[in-house]
Ligand binder design. Structure first.
Ligand code: G1P
Length: 291
């Protein structure tokens, strides 16, 4: 199964990290020196994705600008001989025509955001990548999933999962576990944000999915679910009646950058993974830990 397109739902208001996100999209918050959205686009490119679909909303125009060329900046860097900076800008940018932007118009939930991309996705399997979750690993989480998908029936759907402590299962989509083969298992039921004590397992849905286009037919007719929103998990439950779903326990460290503590942890983890920053940061952290 060839996965060419990825959908990035980026219309969320980012209320968990206010006031940082009052005038700036949460997807533009920086981890070390790159905005979150750049990390997930890079992860998708590394996994072989060729077309990047952003489902945006009001005040998100800067995301589109970030992936555009800035003529004045390019010209100034060239005039000053700043080659390294020019290379970074060129490296980070998908080629012209490889990106599409559409608007969600109203905050009706993740399922609705994905549905907004239906015409741009068309009739082919596609990936969904949630930008506030980063997974630190090489190969990236999506590459691991695409590799797993290649070994499964071509009508399969896949979700990345990670074990979370039992007392946190109510914060996530959770899936039940069926037949297992190594780190891949058949999903046996899913539930969005189960009430405490009712989760079928502690395996939480991480923000990486590979879905068949039939998900749009289910989304089309879906009622509002948990939190009054149109939930992607509910659509997947509907599609699971007709198609197989597999959970992939991926390798790597998951960071929830949509929360303040997770965002700070991600900054430290990604900085420590950078050889040129590691030693200085370690010394600084020791200083603070001693306080
Ligand atoms: C969404 C999904 C949920 C998933 C989570 C991962 O929830 O609905 O199933 O576990 O992302 O971050 P949200 O965080 O948008 O409430």
């Amino acid at each position: 199964m060839k996965i060419r397109k990825a959908v990035f739902p980026v219309a969320g208001l980012g209320t968990r990290v206010l006031p940082a996100t009052k005038a700036m999209p949460k997807e533009m918050l920086t981890i070390v020196d790159k905005p979150l959205i750049q990390y997930v686009v890079d992860e998708a490119r590394e996994a072989g994705i060729e077309h990047f679909i952003f489902v945006t909303g009001r005040n998100k125009g800067v995301i589109e600008d970030h992936f555009d060329r800035m003529f004045e900046l390019d010209a100034t860097l060239a005039a000053r001989g700043k080659k390294a900076e020019m290379e970074i800008l060129a490296r980070d940018q998908p080629e012209a025509g490889a990106m599409s932007f559409t608007r969600q118009q109203a905050p009706l939930g993740l399922g609705h955001a994905v549905w907004c991309a239906r015409d741009i996705v068309g009739h082919e399997p596609f990936a969904v990548v949630l930008p506030d979750e980063l997974v630190l690993n090489t190969p990236g989480c999506l590459a691991q999933m695409i590799e797993a998908a290649a070994r499964l029936d071509k009508n399969s759907n896949l979700i990345a999962v990670e074990a979370v402590p039992d007392h946190l299962t109510h914060q996530y989509g959770i899936c039940g576990v069926g037949k297992r083969d190594g780190n891949i298992f058949e999903v046996d039921g899913m539930v969005e944000k189960p009430r405490k004590g009712t989760a079928p397992s502690n395996l939480s849905i991480t923000g990486r999915y590979i879905l068949q286009p039939e998900i749009f037919n289910v989304l089309e007719t879906l009622e509002h679910g948990a939190g009054g929103e149109i939930q992607l998990t509910d659509a997947m439950i509907g599609l699971a009646k007709k198609q197989k779903f597999y959970g992939v326990e991926f390798k790597g460290e998951r960071h929830d950058c949509g929360s303040k503590a997770g965002f700070l942890r991600a900054n430290i983890a990604y900085a420590m993974a950078r050889p040129e920053l590691r030693d200085g940061l370690r010394a600084d952290l020791k200083k603070y830990l001693g306080k």
